[in-house]
Design a protein around this ligand. Sequence first.
Ligand code: ATR
Length: 282
Amino acid sequence: VDVYAVAGNPIAHSKSPVIHQSFAEQARQKMHYGRLQPDINSFALEAKSFFAAGGKGMNVTVPFKLDAQAFADVLSSRAQLAGAVNTLWTKDGKIYGDNTDGAGLVRDLLAQGIAIHQSRILLLGAGGAARGVIGPLLEQSPKCLVIANRSNAKAQELVKLFTDLAVSKEVALESRALVELEDAAKTPYPFDLVINATAAGLSDESPLSTQAAANIFVPSSFAYDMVYGKSTAFMQQALQKGARVSDGLGMLVEQAADAFLLWRGETLAAAIDPRAVLVKLR
Ligand code: ATR
Protein backbone atom coordinates (compact mmCIF):
# COMPACT_ATOMS: atom_id res chain seq x y z
CA VAL A 1 0.00 0.00 0.00
CA ASP A 2 1.06 3.58 -0.58
CA VAL A 3 2.28 5.25 2.59
CA TYR A 4 1.51 8.83 3.61
CA ALA A 5 1.90 10.71 6.89
CA VAL A 6 1.35 14.01 8.64
CA ALA A 7 4.33 15.54 10.45
CA GLY A 8 3.98 18.01 13.30
CA ASN A 9 4.95 18.54 16.93
CA PRO A 10 2.75 17.83 18.80
CA ILE A 11 0.83 15.51 16.46
CA ALA A 12 -1.21 13.13 18.66
CA HIS A 13 -4.48 15.07 18.23
CA SER A 14 -4.20 15.62 14.46
CA LYS A 15 -7.38 14.77 12.55
CA SER A 16 -5.51 14.36 9.26
CA PRO A 17 -5.20 10.54 9.51
CA VAL A 18 -8.95 10.03 9.93
CA ILE A 19 -9.69 12.55 7.16
CA HIS A 20 -7.37 10.84 4.68
CA GLN A 21 -8.57 7.36 5.61
CA SER A 22 -12.11 8.56 4.88
CA PHE A 23 -11.03 9.90 1.48
CA ALA A 24 -9.28 6.59 0.74
CA GLU A 25 -12.48 4.67 1.55
CA GLN A 26 -14.60 6.98 -0.59
CA ALA A 27 -12.24 6.56 -3.55
CA ARG A 28 -11.76 2.81 -2.86
CA GLN A 29 -8.01 3.25 -2.53
CA LYS A 30 -5.64 1.33 -0.30
CA MET A 31 -3.58 3.94 1.52
CA HIS A 32 -1.79 3.98 4.84
CA TYR A 33 -1.69 7.39 6.52
CA GLY A 34 0.26 7.75 9.76
CA ARG A 35 1.61 10.35 12.18
CA LEU A 36 5.19 11.56 12.58
CA GLN A 37 6.48 13.71 15.41
CA PRO A 38 10.01 14.87 14.58
CA ASP A 39 12.02 16.67 17.23
CA ILE A 40 11.88 20.42 16.74
CA ASN A 41 15.23 20.49 14.92
CA SER A 42 14.92 17.19 13.06
CA PHE A 43 12.27 17.73 10.39
CA ALA A 44 14.61 17.36 7.40
CA LEU A 45 16.19 14.23 8.83
CA GLU A 46 12.84 12.52 9.44
CA ALA A 47 11.37 13.63 6.13
CA LYS A 48 14.42 12.31 4.32
CA SER A 49 14.14 8.86 5.87
CA PHE A 50 10.35 8.82 5.32
CA PHE A 51 10.77 9.36 1.58
CA ALA A 52 13.86 7.14 1.37
CA ALA A 53 11.75 4.31 2.84
CA GLY A 54 9.21 4.74 0.04
CA GLY A 55 6.80 7.26 1.56
CA LYS A 56 4.66 8.79 -1.21
CA GLY A 57 3.48 12.01 0.37
CA MET A 58 3.48 14.02 3.56
CA ASN A 59 1.31 16.69 5.10
CA VAL A 60 3.13 19.16 7.29
CA THR A 61 1.73 21.17 10.18
CA VAL A 62 2.93 23.40 13.00
CA PRO A 63 5.84 24.08 13.49
CA PHE A 64 7.42 22.55 10.38
CA LYS A 65 5.89 24.38 7.40
CA LEU A 66 9.01 26.51 6.87
CA ASP A 67 11.27 23.46 7.23
CA ALA A 68 9.12 21.72 4.63
CA GLN A 69 9.54 24.63 2.26
CA ALA A 70 13.31 24.43 2.65
CA PHE A 71 13.18 20.64 2.22
CA ALA A 72 11.35 20.64 -1.13
CA ASP A 73 13.34 20.62 -4.37
CA VAL A 74 10.51 22.14 -6.41
CA LEU A 75 7.97 24.65 -5.06
CA SER A 76 4.63 25.65 -6.56
CA SER A 77 4.14 29.37 -7.02
CA ARG A 78 1.45 29.45 -4.34
CA ALA A 79 3.86 27.76 -1.89
CA GLN A 80 6.44 30.41 -2.68
CA LEU A 81 3.91 33.20 -2.09
CA ALA A 82 2.63 31.55 1.07
CA GLY A 83 6.18 31.26 2.37
CA ALA A 84 5.33 27.80 3.65
CA VAL A 85 4.63 24.23 2.53
CA ASN A 86 1.92 21.94 3.93
CA THR A 87 2.05 19.19 1.28
CA LEU A 88 5.06 17.22 0.03
CA TRP A 89 5.32 14.36 -2.47
CA THR A 90 7.89 12.60 -4.66
CA LYS A 91 8.02 12.42 -8.41
CA ASP A 92 10.94 11.36 -10.60
CA GLY A 93 13.28 11.34 -7.63
CA LYS A 94 12.47 14.91 -6.65
CA ILE A 95 10.54 16.31 -3.68
CA TYR A 96 7.68 18.66 -4.62
CA GLY A 97 6.16 21.16 -2.20
CA ASP A 98 2.83 22.97 -2.36
CA ASN A 99 0.54 24.86 0.01
CA THR A 100 -3.17 24.00 0.01
CA ASP A 101 -4.20 25.94 3.14
CA GLY A 102 -5.47 29.06 1.37
CA ALA A 103 -7.36 27.09 -1.27
CA GLY A 104 -8.87 25.04 1.56
CA LEU A 105 -10.07 28.18 3.35
CA VAL A 106 -11.58 29.63 0.17
CA ARG A 107 -13.40 26.38 -0.66
CA ASP A 108 -14.77 26.07 2.88
CA LEU A 109 -16.05 29.65 2.81
CA LEU A 110 -17.72 29.15 -0.58
CA ALA A 111 -19.23 25.83 0.59
CA GLN A 112 -20.74 27.69 3.56
CA GLY A 113 -22.32 30.15 1.16
CA ILE A 114 -19.98 33.03 1.98
CA ALA A 115 -19.32 35.36 -0.94
CA ILE A 116 -15.70 36.48 -1.27
CA HIS A 117 -15.92 38.33 -4.58
CA GLN A 118 -16.48 42.07 -3.92
CA SER A 119 -16.61 41.52 -0.15
CA ARG A 120 -14.85 43.55 2.54
CA ILE A 121 -12.44 41.26 4.35
CA LEU A 122 -10.50 41.79 7.57
CA LEU A 123 -7.64 39.35 8.20
CA LEU A 124 -6.36 39.28 11.78
CA GLY A 125 -2.71 38.26 12.15
CA ALA A 126 0.44 38.50 10.08
CA GLY A 127 2.25 35.25 10.87
CA GLY A 128 2.57 32.15 8.74
CA ALA A 129 -1.10 31.21 9.02
CA ALA A 130 -2.19 34.62 7.71
CA ARG A 131 0.39 34.73 4.94
CA GLY A 132 -0.70 31.32 3.67
CA VAL A 133 -4.24 32.46 2.84
CA ILE A 134 -3.69 35.96 1.41
CA GLY A 135 -2.93 34.87 -2.16
CA PRO A 136 -5.99 32.62 -2.59
CA LEU A 137 -8.24 35.27 -0.99
CA LEU A 138 -6.95 37.97 -3.37
CA GLU A 139 -7.50 35.62 -6.34
CA GLN A 140 -11.25 35.81 -5.59
CA SER A 141 -11.21 39.62 -6.10
CA PRO A 142 -12.73 40.88 -2.86
CA LYS A 143 -13.44 44.62 -2.71
CA CYS A 144 -10.83 45.16 -0.01
CA LEU A 145 -8.54 43.18 2.25
CA VAL A 146 -7.33 44.78 5.47
CA ILE A 147 -4.55 42.94 7.31
CA ALA A 148 -4.53 43.89 11.00
CA ASN A 149 -1.83 42.75 13.38
CA ARG A 150 -0.62 43.54 16.89
CA SER A 151 2.65 44.75 15.40
CA ASN A 152 1.77 46.84 12.36
CA ALA A 153 5.23 46.39 10.80
CA LYS A 154 4.57 42.71 10.05
CA ALA A 155 1.22 43.53 8.46
CA GLN A 156 2.92 46.21 6.33
CA GLU A 157 5.47 43.66 5.11
CA LEU A 158 2.68 41.36 3.96
CA VAL A 159 0.96 44.24 2.15
CA LYS A 160 4.22 44.92 0.28
CA LEU A 161 4.62 41.26 -0.61
CA PHE A 162 1.12 40.99 -2.09
CA THR A 163 0.75 44.44 -3.67
CA ASP A 164 1.26 43.26 -7.26
CA LEU A 165 -1.35 40.53 -6.95
CA ALA A 166 -3.79 42.93 -5.24
CA VAL A 167 -3.36 45.51 -8.01
CA SER A 168 -3.91 42.91 -10.73
CA LYS A 169 -7.11 41.74 -8.99
CA GLU A 170 -8.24 45.32 -8.28
CA VAL A 171 -8.34 44.79 -4.52
CA ALA A 172 -7.69 47.61 -2.05
CA LEU A 173 -5.04 46.01 0.18
CA GLU A 174 -4.21 47.81 3.44
CA SER A 175 -2.60 47.20 6.80
CA ARG A 176 -3.63 48.33 10.29
CA ALA A 177 -2.36 47.92 13.80
CA LEU A 178 -4.95 46.04 15.88
CA VAL A 179 -5.35 49.07 18.15
CA GLU A 180 -6.40 51.20 15.19
CA LEU A 181 -9.51 49.04 14.86
CA GLU A 182 -10.72 50.60 18.13
CA ASP A 183 -10.91 53.97 16.38
CA ALA A 184 -14.18 54.04 14.43
CA ALA A 185 -12.83 56.83 12.24
CA LYS A 186 -10.04 54.54 11.07
CA THR A 187 -12.48 51.65 10.65
CA PRO A 188 -14.97 53.34 8.36
CA TYR A 189 -17.02 50.26 7.55
CA PRO A 190 -18.02 47.01 9.18
CA PHE A 191 -16.58 43.92 7.50
CA ASP A 192 -18.43 41.20 5.61
CA LEU A 193 -15.83 38.60 6.52
CA VAL A 194 -13.41 38.62 9.47
CA ILE A 195 -10.81 35.85 9.58
CA ASN A 196 -8.82 35.15 12.73
CA ALA A 197 -5.37 33.85 11.78
CA THR A 198 -3.67 34.87 15.04
CA ALA A 199 -2.47 32.49 17.72
CA ALA A 200 -4.53 34.40 20.32
CA GLY A 201 -7.30 31.77 20.45
CA LEU A 202 -4.86 29.16 21.71
CA SER A 203 -4.63 31.10 24.99
CA ASP A 204 -8.40 31.75 25.05
CA GLU A 205 -8.02 35.40 24.09
CA SER A 206 -9.45 37.31 21.14
CA PRO A 207 -7.15 39.60 19.17
CA LEU A 208 -10.04 42.10 19.15
CA SER A 209 -10.81 44.38 22.08
CA THR A 210 -14.48 44.81 22.95
CA GLN A 211 -14.46 48.23 21.26
CA ALA A 212 -12.81 46.89 18.11
CA ALA A 213 -15.33 44.04 17.91
CA ALA A 214 -18.15 46.57 18.25
CA ASN A 215 -16.76 48.58 15.31
CA ILE A 216 -16.21 45.60 13.05
CA PHE A 217 -19.13 43.21 13.40
CA VAL A 218 -22.70 43.70 12.19
CA PRO A 219 -25.37 40.98 11.92
CA SER A 220 -24.47 40.37 8.26
CA SER A 221 -20.80 39.72 9.13
CA PHE A 222 -19.25 36.27 9.03
CA ALA A 223 -16.47 35.49 11.53
CA TYR A 224 -14.11 32.66 10.69
CA ASP A 225 -11.60 31.31 13.20
CA MET A 226 -8.89 29.11 11.72
CA VAL A 227 -8.65 27.27 15.03
CA TYR A 228 -10.96 24.27 15.26
CA GLY A 229 -12.49 22.14 17.95
CA LYS A 230 -13.75 24.91 20.21
CA SER A 231 -15.81 28.07 20.27
CA THR A 232 -13.22 30.82 20.74
CA ALA A 233 -13.42 34.22 22.43
CA PHE A 234 -13.26 35.74 18.94
CA MET A 235 -16.30 33.72 17.83
CA GLN A 236 -18.17 34.73 21.00
CA GLN A 237 -17.62 38.43 20.21
CA ALA A 238 -19.09 37.96 16.75
CA LEU A 239 -22.08 35.98 18.08
CA GLN A 240 -22.82 38.77 20.56
CA LYS A 241 -23.23 41.16 17.63
CA GLY A 242 -25.57 38.75 15.86
CA ALA A 243 -22.97 37.70 13.27
CA ARG A 244 -22.56 34.16 11.96
CA VAL A 245 -19.43 32.20 12.88
CA SER A 246 -17.38 29.19 11.85
CA ASP A 247 -14.37 27.39 13.21
CA GLY A 248 -11.61 26.12 10.91
CA LEU A 249 -12.50 22.43 10.70
CA GLY A 250 -13.85 22.80 7.17
CA MET A 251 -10.60 24.44 6.09
CA LEU A 252 -8.68 21.47 7.49
CA VAL A 253 -10.80 19.00 5.54
CA GLU A 254 -10.63 21.04 2.33
CA GLN A 255 -6.83 21.51 2.45
CA ALA A 256 -6.61 17.73 2.92
CA ALA A 257 -8.81 17.23 -0.15
CA ASP A 258 -6.39 19.35 -2.19
CA ALA A 259 -3.46 17.30 -0.90
CA PHE A 260 -5.34 14.14 -1.94
CA LEU A 261 -5.77 15.66 -5.41
CA LEU A 262 -2.05 16.41 -5.69
CA TRP A 263 -1.13 12.90 -4.57
CA ARG A 264 -3.76 10.73 -6.31
CA GLY A 265 -4.83 12.78 -9.34
CA GLU A 266 -8.03 14.34 -10.61
CA THR A 267 -10.02 11.19 -11.34
CA LEU A 268 -9.72 9.85 -7.81
CA ALA A 269 -10.15 13.31 -6.27
CA ALA A 270 -13.49 13.55 -8.08
CA ALA A 271 -14.60 10.47 -6.13
CA ILE A 272 -14.16 12.00 -2.68
CA ASP A 273 -16.72 14.05 -0.78
CA PRO A 274 -14.99 16.42 1.70
CA ARG A 275 -18.28 17.86 3.00
CA ALA A 276 -19.49 14.37 3.97
CA VAL A 277 -16.21 13.81 5.82
CA LEU A 278 -16.70 17.14 7.60
CA VAL A 279 -20.20 16.12 8.73
CA LYS A 280 -18.78 12.85 10.06
CA LEU A 281 -16.09 14.71 12.05
CA ARG A 282 -18.56 17.11 13.72
P1 ATR B 1 1.45 31.27 12.80
O1 ATR B 1 2.43 30.61 11.90
O2 ATR B 1 0.48 30.32 13.47
O3 ATR B 1 0.74 32.41 12.16
P2 ATR B 1 3.23 33.10 14.14
O4 ATR B 1 4.03 33.28 12.91
O5 ATR B 1 3.93 32.98 15.45
O6 ATR B 1 2.31 31.80 14.05
O7 ATR B 1 2.18 34.29 14.21
C1 ATR B 1 1.29 34.42 15.26
C2 ATR B 1 0.34 35.57 14.97
O8 ATR B 1 -0.58 35.69 16.04
C3 ATR B 1 1.01 36.92 14.83
O9 ATR B 1 0.26 37.70 13.93
C4 ATR B 1 0.90 37.47 16.26
O10 ATR B 1 0.98 38.88 16.35
P3 ATR B 1 2.45 39.62 16.37
O11 ATR B 1 2.98 39.51 14.99
O12 ATR B 1 2.15 41.03 16.75
O13 ATR B 1 3.25 38.86 17.39
C5 ATR B 1 -0.47 36.99 16.61
N1 ATR B 1 -0.78 36.88 18.05
C6 ATR B 1 -0.33 35.94 18.91
N2 ATR B 1 -0.86 36.12 20.13
C7 ATR B 1 -1.69 37.19 20.04
C8 ATR B 1 -2.56 37.87 20.97
N3 ATR B 1 -2.67 37.48 22.23
N4 ATR B 1 -3.26 38.94 20.50
C9 ATR B 1 -3.15 39.34 19.23
N5 ATR B 1 -2.36 38.74 18.31
C10 ATR B 1 -1.65 37.67 18.71
